[in-house]
Design a protein around this ligand. Structure first.
Ligand SMILES: [Zn+2]
Ligand SMILES: [Zn+2]
Length: 349
């Protein structure tokens, strides 16, 4: 398998981001990403600055964040912009599917806690963050969920008293996927495949004292990233490689990690059963000789989750576990007690 690192969910100046396509590509290069996914609110206007595809060594994919007041839906693999339907999240999901696109529920349970008793000061300093949660839980037909989103994780407790600490040491405040989102992801996967991804929501804003962005593109594009695994390497052909990324995301052949904790490149999670190997996103028939493997780039704590429940924990650079039951298996890795890597599941049937 070939691994490529993606910085997903980036806003440009065509919605409420601050950067041009050129700025974002430069930041992606400096952050060591292989591909980037730009999803502006309700438009794909960044195409005016250049088409999708290869820009030197960065593969640019242009999608859309369909953004009604609630229920933002991040879509890629669509040709035409989808105007947001304010009354029905399902219609937005269906519109993406009708174009053959792939869609992800964006920042489902995001929240912000203002300073207790000092909300007026937060407001004065423009730290009264407006949140855009997903509140229609009856929808169906979406491909996946943003399980971990860097900006909403960073911003959840920002207030007038801790903003400078947030700016100086952003990663310190990033505590991992929201517990409700993880629970929702596990429960959904017990009924059908729902792909989990890690994203940024990079805006390179807000500006502190009107000057520098609290989180720059260069910084953000090196944080929570989705790494895809593909059976074939990139061909350096724009349309073909774009399709390779989209299909890996649709299939769930990917994991996500905070690469600021440590570079997660090289992580592997697979199952061997009766002589065949199954990757993330695959269904695997339970055999007499079925073993699960996780391989980490450096020593860390590895956790195996089965149907949403922790079933084993180990320390090391690899883990091998015999499997004798059906269900949904995924792994998580923690490094120095910080959340780090999250695999997509393998489905034992
Ligand atoms: Zn959003
Ligand atoms: Zn966004």
């Amino acid at each position: 398998m070939f691994e490529y690192t993606g910085a997903v969910h980036i806003h440009s100046r065509h919605s409420d981001g601050s950067g041009s396509l050129r700025t974002i590509i430069k930041a992606a290069r400096r952050a060591g990403a292989d591909f980037i996914v730009i999803t502006d609110h309700n438009n794909m206007g960044i195409r005016k600055e250049g088409s999708s595809g290869w820009r030197d060594d960065i593969l640019v994919i242009i999608g859309e964040e369909i953004s009604p007041r609630y229920n933002h839906y991040m879509a890629i693999g669509i040709e035409k912009e989808v105007p947001p339907d304010e009354t029905s999240a399902q219609k937005n999901i269906d519109a993406v599917a009708a174009q053959g696109g792939v869609g992800f529920i964006a920042h489902p349970f995001c929240y912000h806690r203002p300073s207790p008793g000092w909300a007026w000061l937060d407001k004065l300093l423009k730290l009264d963050v407006t949140v855009y949660p997903w509140n229609d839980l009856d929808v169906e037909g979406f491909d996946g969920l943003e399980v971990w989103q860097y900006m909403y994780d960073w911003v959840k407790c920002v207030n007038s008293f801790n903003i400078f600490a947030h700016v100086i040491a952003p990663n310190w405040f990033v505590t991992g996927p929201n517990a409700r989102t993880l629970k929702m992801w596990d429960e959904l996967n017990m009924t059908r495949k729902v792909v989990g991804i890690g994203t940024l929501d990079a805006h390179a804003k807000p500006r502190v004292l009107g000057m520098f962005p609290a989180c720059s593109y260069k910084y953000l594009l090196g944080t929570v990233r989705t790494h895809i695994l593909t059976p074939v390497p990139f061909a350096r052909a724009s349309m073909m490689d774009e399709q390779t990324v989209i299909e890996a995301l649709r299939q769930g052949s990917c994991f996500f990690a905070n690469d600021k904790v440590a570079d997660s490149t090289g992580f592997k999670f697979y199952v061997k059963s009766e002589g065949a190997t199954y990757q993330m996103g695959d269904q695997c028939p339970l055999g007499h000789e079925t073993e699960l493997f996780a391989v980490l780039p450096i020593e860390a704590e590895v956790r195996v989750i089965h149907d949403g429940k922790l079933v084993s924990t180990a320390h090391g650079e690899s883990l091998c576990k015999r499997i004798n039951r059906r269900g949904v298996f995924r792994v998580e890795a923690r490094l120095k007690n910080r959340p780090w890597i999250f695999s997509n599941p393998i489905y034992m049937v």
